[in-house]
Structure formats: structure tokens, C-alpha cells
Design a protein around this ligand. Structure first.
Ligand code: DX5
Ligand code: ZN
Length: 221
């Protein structure tokens, strides 16, 4: 199993001090930056675009930026995020007319590629693209907002995807996103996840170091 990665979702950060917030959470031990892009079309909320990703790079953030596209369509914005400094770009299976082409586009732009599954999205979208995936992102909440509660039914889905990844032999990360914190991260890890998105469980706490340390303690690393 790969080392566990903690990915703070900056949707829960103080946008007025975003560069500082990201710096602080990385200094507190976070591994990658989860960058939630919302278009108020695919999801009923609006967040930020490639310019903010570039601003973080210009500010000096060198950690991997994990861009979660909650947008439809996806293709046109992929090159913009790649040029703005994205490291990983994931998109929702239902948001692309041609999943294979969108995955190839991400790779051709030099980024790692991933597919996102909402709680009710069936896993058959994986059937013909496992060889093109660097990441599978399972939503444990319905996309669009931070601070929601973890959907327990996701645990079975995580187990099924872990099985598929291990059987495939491909080097694919299993990221879970939504309602994750010290209270449930061990359970999510034992189901088979190795990348954990946490927004409110980190940014809503006074001390980011304590919040991340508690999650790491639960993970046993
Ligand atoms: C929801 C986003 C999540 C969310 C996580 O659509 O994709 O990344 O910001 O926030 P928490 O950890 O507070 O559920
Ligand atoms: Zn997300």
C-alpha cells in the first residue's frame, strides 16, 4: 500500500489569505493541496479558476496541486489548469462526453489524470480506462459544498475500488473526499483509501498542526 497522503481542501480556507493558509497547512504536515473547482453549473456552487492556481504557484507553493474539476464540460479548462501549475487533474465521469479523450488530454498537458465518482455514480466507468488513471477519487459527500457529513455507504465502494486497483496492477491512488476527519479516517483507510481530502476538519480548527497530527495518529503514520 502506498504511503498515506493528507490533502487539505482549500474550499474551507480563508480566501482573503489563501497563499498564507496553504503555506501554513503544508508547514503543519499536509502533503498535497486539494483545489476544488466549482462552476455553478455541474454543481450548485462557484469557487475559483486557473488564475487562483497560478497565484498560488507565483506565491511560492511548490507542493502538488490536486485539481478537482466539478465543472461541465471539462476539456476546455484542462489546458488552462495545466499551464496554471496543476499537478493532478480529476474530473467527474458524468461531466465528460468522451472520458478517454479527456484523460488523454490531461496527460498530454503533463499532468496526472483521475476520474471522480459521486456517491451514486456506478463504477462501470472504470471498465476501459484503468490503464490511463493515476488517481480515482470517490466522493463521500454529494459535490458542491464543504462541511457535509460522510456518507457511510461509500465504505463499500472504497473496498470495491481498492480490490479493482490491486487486481489491475496499475499504480493508481485512491482518494476519498468529503466529511473526513480524525473521527473516521482510520475506517476510510482500512477500507482501502490512501489519499484523504479534508476541508473543514483542518481549516475550521484553531491549530492545523494538531488537526493533521490527530489524523496521522489515526492512520498510524
Ligand atoms: C465538495 C468538495 C470537497 C469538500 C471537502 O464538493 O469536493 O473537497 O471541500 O470538504 P469537507 O472536508 O469539509 O467535507
Ligand atoms: Zn474535492
Amino acid at each position: 500500500m502506498k504511503p498515506f497522503l493528507i490533502a487539505p481542501s482549500i474550499l474551507a480556507a480563508d480566501f482573503a489569505r489563501l497563499g498564507e493558509e496553504v503555506e501554513n497547512v503544508l508547514a503543519a504536515g499536509a502533503d498535497i493541496v486539494h483545489f476544488d473547482v466549482m462552476d455553478n453549473h455541474y454543481v450548485p456552487n462557484l469557487s475559483f479558476g486557473p488564475m487562483v492556481c497560478k497565484a498560488l504557484r507565483d506565491y511560492g507553493i511548490s507542493a502538488e496541486i490536486d485539481v478537482h474539476l466539478m465543472v461541465k464540460p471539462v476539456d476546455a479548462i484542462i489546458p488552462q489548469f495545466a499551464q496554471a501549475g496543476a499537478s493532478i487533474i480529476t474530473f467527474h465521469a458524468e461531466a465528460s462526453e468522451h472520458i478517454d479523450r479527456s484523460l488523454q488530454l490531461i496527460k498530454s498537458e503533463g499532468c496526472k489524470a483521475g476520474l471522480v465518482f459521486n456517491p451514486a455514480t456506478p463504477l462501470h466507468y472504470l471498465d476501459h480506462v484503468m490503464d490511463k488513471l493515476d488517481m480515482i477519487l470517490l466522493m463521500s459527500v454529494n459535490p458542491g459544498f464543504g462541511g457535509q457529513s460522510f456518507i457511510p455507504a461509500t465504505l463499500d465502494k472504497i473496498r470495491l475500488v481498492r480490490e479493482r486497483i490491486d487486481k489491475s496492477g496499475f499504480d493508481i491512488r485512491l482518494e476519498v473526499d468529503g466529511g473526513i476527519g480524525a473521527h473516521n479516517i482510520a475506517e476510510v483507510a482500512s477500507a482501502g483509501a490512501d489519499v484523504f481530502v479534508a476541508g473543514s476538519a483542518i481549516f475550521n480548527q484553531d491549530n492545523y498542526q494538531t488537526a493533521i497530527d490527530e489524523m496521522r495518529q489515526q492512520l498510524g503514520n
